[in-house]
Write a protein that binds this ligand. Sequence first.
Ligand SMILES: C[S@@+](CC[C@H](N)C(=O)[O-])C[C@H]1O[C@@H](n2cnc3c(N)ncnc32)[C@H](O)[C@@H]1O
Length: 585
Amino acid sequence: MATVPAFGLRRLNSRQWLHTFRPPPSPSLSHSVSCSASPSSLEESEEDTLSNAATTTVTTNPNNYSKTKSFFPKRGQTLELVCETLAFKGKGVCKTADSGFVLMCDRALPGERFLGRVTRKKGSYAEVTKLKTITPHMDAVEAPCEYAPHCGGCKAQNLLYEAQVRLKEQQVHELVVHVGKFSSKDPEFISIMKPIVPCDIQFNYRNKMEFSFGDKKWVPKELLQEQREGADDYALGLHAPGFFDRVLNVDKCLLQSEPANRVLAAIQDYWRDPQLGLSPYNCHSHLGFLKHLMLRTGRDVRTGLPELMVNFVTSSYKPELLKPLVEKCVAIPEVVSIMNNVNTSVGNTSVGEEEYTLYGKSTITEILRGLTFQISANSFFQTNTHQAEVLYRIIEECACLKGDDSEIVLDLFCGTGTIGLTLAKRVRHVYGYEVVPQAISDARRNAKLNGICNASFVQGDLNKIDDNFGKGFPKPDIVISDPNRPGMHIKLIKYLLKLKAARIIYVSCNPATCARDIDYLCHGVTEKNIEGCYRLRSLQPVDMFPHTPHTECVCLLELVDSRLLSSFHPYIQLLRFSSQFSPLL
Ligand SMILES: C[S@@+](CC[C@H](N)C(=O)[O-])C[C@H]1O[C@@H](n2cnc3c(N)ncnc32)[C@H](O)[C@@H]1O
């Protein structure tokens, strides 16, 4: 049995969170479920399904799901549902009233009553497609983007921003309780869970967008009659949700910068011209030339004005074919770099095996926390620069650096080294680890560019660490871990629990895996006989991506058994003060 830190938050029983999703906090969310008596096929039109539905309504007290009565929906059934809350990826969570069976529905908002059709059963839950809203969410607004109802990107544009962040905060809260197994009844819980930091720029905040070329335009059902075959079927835009081979044509994206929209519009206006001989890549036949269009926006460090990189991803190297498009882009004054990544593989990736500069520089620049970063076409860089300033400030505050050049920082999943580099000037040394070789060379180049000599970056896969990991650097005082969505591998968790650094700052873009990992670090893993040794000091959600379901979290974890050595403890303050006089301390 893992040891529970005595002064950490109380650990609850291990339960599968989807099954135990709590009833809605508001009594106004009644649970009425109407079930069509005859399940209709998925191929039927929505109208047929609705008109054929003979409904029986089952309404029970949401706080008292009956264990004896059970209801499990069938594929094709039409149900009247009320969305309770949002789960990861922004899917609305609904439950049948009698059995509490969970149904997940894309684009359903908490409090919304709607008719939905069961499309898929997935073991412990089913997926539902929304057919019709009966009563909208009280904070529903008109989405400003014309593509919002169909595009997979901004699923929450039709919800008031204040309501979006409230839901994100609530979602993190739920996950910390149900997955992280922290008790909301603990008096410390309220001070640990910080209110979400909203983003004060809600549009034009993305510095990178990747559009795809396709020869099969995806058209929403209601507009199908207008679709015609031929070149008209060519599309440049975003993948339709759930379709890797269908592209929703977009002329403008409200999330990217205004100059990036001008570039997109210029290319949209021109690329289908038959005289250019350009063809979109077909991911089934593997024929065609144009794969992706990536637009990155940075800033000129001297003027602070936007500068743009246009990156054409193609299936072969034919610069003469791209020349007319390059000329169109060059006419836009903010464009300072035009790249061509050539990707001959059949996969959907935009990273080329070869990269060519077609115009201008091969990188653009951006400023973050007073440092300059050079960004190449395939570098990872925080996509919301404005909110990355806020995120990094929170990380720095959590790091609580002494500022006396004595501390060692281990920056795991360091990408291009941005977090570590922003801390480097106040510590002894930063050691960064990252799997992508190009990111490591960017990190080294960025260190040099900013005159930072106390940062080392090592390429390596943190999912495959062995007993030798850690031999290349002294014991860190602070570990920063910023994995991508799957979170940390159990090997890395075990390593961190053995390493026992005084503080871990866990930065996460997936609250579900974040909750799981902080549970492991604080409470251990009973099945694997691993004991936790950290205490959650604070958890700060940050909205980096308005209108999308994504939420970033910064967690500060403090080592339990070295609490006396913690910088928060008054005794250690006294020791630090004394150390100014005694070389032994
Ligand atoms: C969310 S990003 C964080 C990047 C960086 N900390 C920042 O703020 O810009 C996650 C990074 O982890 C890297 N990564 C993903 N899997 C990894 C692995 N198994 N080992 C090492 N790095 C990995 C990705 O390439 C990416 O750069």
